[in-house]
Write a protein that binds this ligand. Structure first.
Ligand code: HXC
Length: 260
């Protein structure tokens, strides 16, 4: 294929789920620059594919991703990282309009944990391990580990992970609210695809509005957020899909959404 570090295919009965598998087994899916660029390209293609309504991002059973590529970072200086905007493009995943489900088996460490947190939903395999071990390398998380993690699991647990570098297992990650469900490793990707198919069966237009509204809750005060939500809610009444959804309910038939 055209990618060297990822595998890409469409899944689901209606081929409406985009599946991206990180595939750099020699380095436990360390997120080298080439891999992150390919991930961006694959996301662009699914965003532009009108069939696809949701994306699943996974790795291998051993590793979702063991972090940014330490061998690429080892020789860098401050002026190269600051001046070159090092890893600024990682934010591509967080700005995806279509929902992304992370299916995490094995290690999700450093940038790997941060990439999982850029996704909208995280499912984990029973042997998953989450951690922010940057402190052990003399650096700190650089893509959300000090920002998204405390929002996800609270200050004390986030501080504990970031300051000790210790990993947490799937059961603790579920208890803390970092992941929403845990599955046997071999069932994880199918379960994520099943949820993705459900999301993809809804209006893509309304799904994007709903995702944007939830994400806005992290940016605004409660009153501003409530105002934003109400405006988007009102905007759904400008769509054919809102009319179709309510009409189908009243007529006791399944809705036929057209993403308009
Ligand atoms: C480059 C990596 C890597 C990484 C593993 N490898 N993690 N290469 N960058 N992050 C490579 C190893 O060098 C080795 O290659 C091969 O993958 C297998 O790894 P082992 O260590 O032999 O496997 P194992 O003993 O099973 O240990 C697994 C592990 C360990 C516990 C996950 O690999 C580990 O601690 N990795 C580093 C985790 C980490 O610190 N991540 C945070 C990175 S900093 P060779 O060729 O030697 O056999 C970061 C900052 C993000 O993510 C900032 C974003 C803006």
């Amino acid at each position: 294929g055209k990618f060297e570090n990822i595998l890409v295919e469409k899944r689901g009965e209606k081929k409406n789920v985009g599946l991206i598998q990180l595939n750099r087994p020699k380095a436990l899916n360390a997120l080298c620059d080439a891999l992150m660029k390919e991930l961006g390209t694959a996301l662009d293609e699914f965003e532009n594919d009108p069939e696809v309504g949701c994306v699943v991002l996974t790795g291998s059973e051993k590793a979702f991703a063991a972090g940014a590529d330490i061998k690429e970072m080892q020789g860098l200086t401050f002026s190269q990282t600051f001046g070159g905007g090092f890893l600024n493009h990682w934010n591509r995943l967080a700005s995806n309009k279509k929902p992304v489900i992370a299916a995490v088996n094995g290690f999700a460490l450093g940038g790997g944990c941060e990439v999982a947190m850029m996704c909208d939903i995280i499912y984990a395999g029973e042997k998953a391990k989450f951690g922010q071990p940057e402190i052990l390398l003399g650096t700190i998380p650089g893509a959300g580990g000090t920002q998204r993690l405390p929002r996800a699991i609270g200050k004390s647990k986030a501080m504990e992970m970031a300051l000790t570098g210790d990993m947490i297992n799937a059961a603790d990650a579920e208890k803390a609210g970092l992941v929403s469900k845990v599955f046997p490793p071999g069932e994880l990707v199918d379960a994520a695809v099943k949820t993705a198919e459900k999301i993809a069966s809804h209006s893509k237009l309304i799904v994007a509005m709903c995702k944007e509204s939830v994400n806005t809750s992290y940016e605004l005060t409660l009153n501003e957020g409530m105002h934003f939500e109400k405006r988007i809610f009102h905007a759904t009444f400008a769509t054919k899909d809102r009319k179709e959804g309510m009409t189908a309910f009243v007529e006791k038939r399944p809705a036929n959404f057209t993403d308009e």
